[in-house]
Ligand binder design. Structure first.
Ligand code: NAD
Ligand code: UDP
Length: 336
């Protein structure tokens, strides 16, 4: 089977490409390299000894997509491509709507035209807004507080409308919690542009001396140590969830939605403590104001994915921190 991976050079996509190739799938990747490097594709080829058919194109370029669907015999699509920084989405919302929404519609139109109706979509736990309780199940009410989150929820709505109009589509909406870590080889990992927004890449840069100290956004949340709690999930476990989702589409399930998380909440402080063990040094930090828009606690109930996909996250936070640091120390400047 041949899978088109959009945003195929990105962080989660590169790990998923690796697992797809290991599982015997052929991979076609499209990426405009706005937040990634082609080197990630080369490294996955190196680890697996298999080739990826790579197209440096934008998913908003319809001719480019048509060319790919004409050339390659695509059976299904995993759609990662999109912009993902919450703060940036508040500053340049039109760019986010254009890229994420228009890009997705373009992709869906071309898939429809070529009668390729198997799709896995990267959604996010952000669509649950500030949940009233935890753990979060898939039937919780949906709400969002920023343009990035709104693009995810809008795309989910578009997919639900598409499926009601044409039940031949098979769509798996995957709501990721907080993916971190890297492949154990240390060859691929997260490589954000500039100063990282997310916790783990920030800690990694402090651990390698590139940044001075960690800023903990809020120490007065109603949590076991006052810092925010999230469901951190190893990116390799998350990637394996995509393989299970692709397999599931083979059963023609219609539209299905799954949380991909571990079901465990860990605080920012828990992560720092574990990272210190992984890198064997003290990591300087200061507690600062809460970050606007952040919630206190978020973690998944991942049992639906276990019951219906047979998928469960296996790697703990020790491995997540170890693998993050391994990637960071082998690649202090990322892929560049
Ligand atoms: P990433 O930025 O590493 O990957 C996204 C890739 O898409 C990048 O390589 C980028 O160059 C590419 N891209 C962006 N716009 C494009 C376009 N118009 N055409 C072609 N390529 C384009 O991010 P990631 O962390 O790997 O995230 C992948 C997906 O998962 C995204 O949709 C993101 O919103 C979603 N997600 C990520 C997280 C997370 O914490 N990392 C959490 C929930 C959901
Ligand atoms: N966080 C932090 N300092 C940072 C980045 C993040 O304290 O430099 C906290 C943030 O407030 C949240 C958790 O770490 O409680 C995870 O944030 P991240 O941005 O990684 O993911 P999010 O949950 O916002 O998607």
């Amino acid at each position: 089977m041949k899978i088109l991976v959009t945003g195929g050079a990105g962080y989660i996509a590169s790990h998923t490409n690796l697992e797809l190739l290991n599982a015997g799938y052929e991979v076609v990747a499209i990426d405009n390299l706005s937040n990634s490097c082609k080197e990630s594709i080369r490294r996955v080829e190196k680890i697996t000894g298999k080739e990826i058919s790579f197209y440096e194109n934008d998913i908003r370029d319809k001719e480019a997509l048509i060319n790919i669907f004409n050339k390659e015999n695509i059976d299904g699509v995993i759609h990662f491509a999109g912009l993902k920084a919450v703060g940036e989405s508040c500053r340049i919302p039109l760019e986010y709507y254009n890229n994420n929404i228009s890009g997705t519609i373009n992709l869906l139109e071309v898939m429809d035209r070529f009668d390729v109706k198997n799709l896995v979509f990267s959604s996010s736990a952000t669509v649950y807004g500030d949940p009233k309780t935890v753990p979060i199940t898939e039937d919780f009410p949906l709400s969002v507080t920023n343009p990035y989150g709104r693009t995810k929820l809008m795309i989910e709505d578009i997919l639900r409308d598409l499926y009601s109009a044409d039940p031949e589509w098979n769509i798996a909406i995957l709501r990721y919690f907080n993916p971190i870590g890297a492949h154990e080889s240390g060859e691929i990992g997260e490589d954000p542009n500039g100063i990282p927004n997310n916790l783990l890449p920030y800690i990694a840069k402090v651990a390698s001396g590139i940044l001075d100290k960690i800023n903990i956004f809020g120490g007065d949340y109603d949590t076991h140590d006052g810092t925010g709690v999230r469901d951190f999930i190893h990116v390799v476990d998350l990637s394996l969830g995509h393989i299970k989702a692709i397999e599931k589409l083979g059963d023609k399930p219609g539209l299905v939605t799954y949380n991909l998380g571990t079901g465990q909440g860990h605080s920012v402080m828990d992560i720092i403590n574990n990272y210190e063990k992984a890198c064997n040094k003290k990591l300087p930090y200061v507690i600062t104001d809460r970050r606007p828009g952040d919630i206190a606690v978020s973690f998944a109930d991942p049992s639906k994915a276990y019951n219906e996909l047979g998928w469960k996250a296996k790697r703990g936070i020790e491995e997540m921190c170890r693998d993050s640091y391994n990637w960071q120390s082998k690649n202090p400047n990322g892929y560049r």
